[in-house]
Design a protein around this ligand. Sequence first.
Ligand code: B1M
Length: 214
Amino acid sequence: MSILTDISTNLQAGKAKVVKELVQQALDAGIPVKEILDDGLLSGMNIIGKKFKNNEVFVPEVLVAARAMNHGAEVLKPHLVDANVKAVGKVCIGTVQGDLHDIGKNLVKMMMEGKGIEVIDLGTDVPAEAFVKAAREQGCQIICLSALLTTTMGMMKEVVEAVKEAGIRDQVKIMVGGAPVTDAFCQQIGADAYSPDAASAAERAVEFLTAEPA
Ligand code: B1M
């Protein structure tokens, strides 16, 4: 069995400590970080997702798998940092109110930090006002929103509205992502950019932060 299959299998079994060790072994063996993430960690998470959908596993099993995923990703974190990165700006990120999924958000945060962006992580279940407060008080140039549920993605519109009401819409970009979110939805709610994955979200954020003022 390859080490990547091993990572996937142990992640599905929720063995966080073993997953951490295997990820380190994979790095030591020179396997590229993206391969470890895609073919080890995310592959395991996808299998758990399918089993969850088919009622073959339930919330407790998914929770321990998610914990193992986050532990494994932490080991990859230092390797996601580009060499010679300069500080490019400040972003606040969170999973919207009512939603507790944080794996995608954490990956976006890691990729952004790897590009020299300072990321204020507001966590999960974050109300619209908390995004506005963070943007105002901490001077975030971008608000990044994650949602994994069709029932919570509507909260993204509330954040856009709250930012408008606070009178700071022209100072802050709003980026959105998460499995049920689409580019059409992004446009419909008046956000600035949709990204399908963590790497493209980080690239888009850098584009916003380094753009010449209009
Ligand atoms: Co939940 N869950 N879950 N869950 N869960 C899903 C999302 C679901 C699709 C499973 C299913 O039924 N097939 C389903 C949603 C259905 C729907 O709304 N259409 C679902 C459900 C129903 C639920 C509960 C309601 C179940 C219940 O209690 N009956 C409940 C809701 C709790 C709540 O939030 N209020 C629930 C609970 C949970 C757990 C707590 C057990 C656990 C979360 C643990 C955690 O996150 N710490 C969990 C998990 C793990 C999943 C699945 C299995 C995996 C999600 C995940 O982490 N994927 C998921 C099934 C699936 O996706 N196949 C499922 C990996 C992650 C890397 O992908 O987050 O999409 P993702 O991130 C991607 C991109 O989307 C993008 O970058 C990432 C990778 O590059 N991205 C962004 C994400 N955020 C971004 C933000 C950006 C840009 C890009 O900003 C700019």
